[in-house]
Design a protein around this ligand. Sequence first.
Ligand SMILES: Cc1ncc(COP(=O)(O)O)c(C=O)c1O
Length: 333
Amino acid sequence: MRPIETIPRVSLVPEATPLQHLPRLSESLGGVQVWCKRDDLTWLGLGGNKLRKLEFLLWEALDQGADTIITTGAAQSNHARLTAAAANALGLRPVLVLRKPVRGPGQGNLLLDDLLGAEVRFGSWESWKECEGLLEEVAGELRAAGRRPYIVPMGGSNALGTLGYVQGALEIARQARALDLPLKSVVCTTSSGATHAGLLLGQTAYELPFDVIGISVSLPCQECAPEVLRLANQAAALLQTDPLPPEAAVVFDDYIGPGYGQVDGPTISAIRTLALLEGVLVDPVYTGKTLAGLMDLARQGTWRAGEAVVFLHTGGLPALFAYSREMNVQIGR
Ligand SMILES: Cc1ncc(COP(=O)(O)O)c(C=O)c1O
């Protein structure tokens, strides 16, 4: 196997993000010890999981001589905001092609995209293929104007981006070992899939002593589990290691609620529980749903009292403001 340290990347995240114990939440869950991996506390652009993927992707962009980074996502995309921040930090120009409808204009991530000086274009598409076509069109236009664009895929999720959370899995394992934690599971959000895929590949390839559980916030299991596996296996090829068995990707889709980006009662309840018990905030689109899933799995007896579970906090907090109307309705304000 090729050691991950030999694959070049730029530096966009701290040496290690904090692994924080949540004692009052743990107590409320019957003694299952919940630890929060604070990947929301990365340095750039208000932080989040995407920076780990961008370390590998933007190294490739620089290596190819790019001067402009194009990426895409929903109007309130955390990935797009962090790509803009990371591009700025490396002296590259960000172009964001965001999908309509424009939720929260001038608010949340859109406000931050503007503050970061990103060139924001809005578009519509029905499929990823159509979206890719649109990104190629934008790249062609920029090339014709003398620029050298590099396209970062939706969510930073391709083989190279997946390596970010192989690195993340090793970091969690190192921290858990130093604290002598009886770590059973790492629970993460699964959306475009590379965060989950990277953790899973890291866990398998390096034989790390925990399992990885994904909570889908968008797609049913039968769609996102194969995607996680596909990404993990493409990244496994980069590391020259064995592919994973199909059953390796464990995803729960019971916590999506009414749909991607739609705020529901259990999510608000999880957000408020964590805020009240620990003073830690999570977001309504990704981490709030994942936390609702973790809390429900704990109550179902997935882990025993005393066992440790890591909740991966992947960021996304600007959405708290973009979704303030829906959240106020749920809270009853
Ligand atoms: C805050 C946050 N958490 C989790 C995810 C999911 O990560 P992935 O797309 O790698 O599945 C995203 C993706 O946009 C995100 O913005």
